[in-house]
Design a protein around this ligand. Structure first.
Ligand code: NDP
Length: 388
């Protein structure tokens, strides 16, 4: 044994006999020790016990937001993809650990698949009703993207199918699960604004007919309606969420877009609307496919204070500012908007497992489509007031 080895052995023996001699901090850092379960730790469902989801339509929203949302979900997991593009579905399946695949022809055979509890419809609006009803008839619970369907009659058919098959039907109004909007709702309900006197909202972007996800939005058969269906519905639905104890009694609207713009041969490019509530509050909204930049803006004016949300309903970046109430203007931090996707999935999984209505049920989607239909009736009559 060399002199070097002997010296090293002596040093190691000395360290083992008197670890503190090397420095207390260093000795402790070298000791890995198991610890008890942290008190109050929120434990996720075991993967095998989470609700199992099929995603129908692998387009931009499904791939960009819905599928990644499962990574943060605690009660939901994906087991199947439904797509007309098998190569895309298998590629995404390999990335996300999904191994069951259906296309639109084999869709109904999902009824024999015990690995699917819930179906998430992320198809163009004109296909929502058909694929929702077929999934309900296959015995699955259905979360359907907004807006619920092309017509109120389709919405009624979807609700009837859910009842007939004893399954839950939700509309994916994600804003109800988004922390900034939940905080705004909490403050309004707590009376921090005083009585609400006025609500204003603007939602819009510039539609590009060359961009595939915009192309179908300009075709009535696939889109159902125009900007009000696609983006104005956020202002409508969120305002009604904030005014939950009030009821709409009348609506009026005027179209607001260049009539010679070839993009809008089939659907409206913009609409300015007013919803009057039983309390007398007016909700003023605008929706457009004709301007830039993208707008998602809402304001709630109260007798004592006001809330400004700009942006209000985006995926990752919502803002809440309070003004008045005898205090300086203040930004209210309220959590990460990105959590809304997983919260919505888990909310629906829970509702489906308990077989009780989701926070945003089919009836809410039907209410909104009926209101938009009334807006169109008003717009067609040059802004006549339509009693509800
Ligand atoms: P995309 O056009 O990006 O995706 C739609 C997907 O539906 C396609 O990729 C395709 O999937 C499938 N599809 C089946 N038939 C057709 C058809 N005839 N034409 C076009 N697509 C078809 O749309 P989006 O992802 O933007 O929108 C999908 C749904 O999600 C809509 O209901 C929309 O309103 C909603 N949405 C909701 C948002 C939210 O924030 N809640 C945001 C954006 C959209 P495949 O190739 O796999 O068959």
């Amino acid at each position: 044994m060399s002199e070097t080895d002997l010296t090293r052995r002596r040093l190691l023996a000395a360290a083992a006999a008197a670890p503190l001699a090397l420095g207390a901090t260093r000795a402790r850092a070298q000791t890995a020790q198991g610890q008890p379960m942290p008190a109050g730790a929120a434990l996720p469902e075991l993967p095998g016990e989470r609700s199992r989801w099929a995603i129908v339509g692998l387009g931009s929203f499904a791939i960009g937001q819905v599928i990644p949302g499962f990574a943060d979900a605690r009660q939901s997991r994906m087991t199947a993809f439904v797509s007309g593009n098998a190569a895309k579905a298998r590629d995404l399946g390999a990335r996300h650990g999904v191994a069951r695949f259906y296309d639109y022809a084999s869709y109904d055979t999902m009824k024999d698949d015990a690995e699917i509890d819930c179906v998430y419809i992320v198809l163009p609006v004109g296909l929502h009703a058909e694929y929702t009803v077929r999934a309900l008839e296959a015995g699955k619970h259905v979360l359907c993207e907004k807006p619920m369907a092309s017509t109120s009659a389709e919405c009624e058919r979807m609700i009837a199918a859910a009842k007939a098959n004893n399954r839950q039907l939700g509309v994916a109004y994600r804003v109800h699960f988004e922390p900034t909007n939940r905080e705004a709702l909490r403050r309004i309900k707590a009376g921090e604004l005083g009585a609400i006197r006025h609500v204003q909202n603007d939602h819009g972007f510039n539609a590009n007919p060359q961009f595939p996800p915009h192309k179908w939005r300009l075709e009535k058969a696939l889109a159902g309606g125009g900007s009000m269906f696609d983006i104005g519905v956020y202002g409508l639905n969120t305002s009604l969420m904030m005014l939950e104890s009030d009821t709409p009694v009348s609506v009026s609207a005027v179209y607001a877009y260049p009539r010679d713009d070839p993009r809008f041969a089939e659907v409206e490019g913009g609409i300015d609307w007013r919803l009057t509530m039983a309390s007398g509050v007016n909700v003023m909204g605008s929706s457009s496919y004709c301007y830039s930049p993208y707008a998602s803006r809402q304001r709630y004016f109260g007798a004592n204070a006001s809330l400004i949300m700009d942006p209000a309903t985006t995926y990752y970046d919502n803002s809440l500012v309070m003004e008045g109430g005898g205090q300086p203007r203040r930004e209210l931090g309220s959590g990460n908007p990105a959590t809304q996707f997983a919260a919505q999935l888990d909310g629906f999984s829970e509702a489906a497992r308990a077989n009780r209505p989701h926070l945003t049920p089919g009836e809410m989607g039907l209410r909104d489509i009926r209101l938009i239909e009334a807006m169109y009736r008003s717009g067609d009559a040059e802004g006549a007031v339509i009693a509800l």
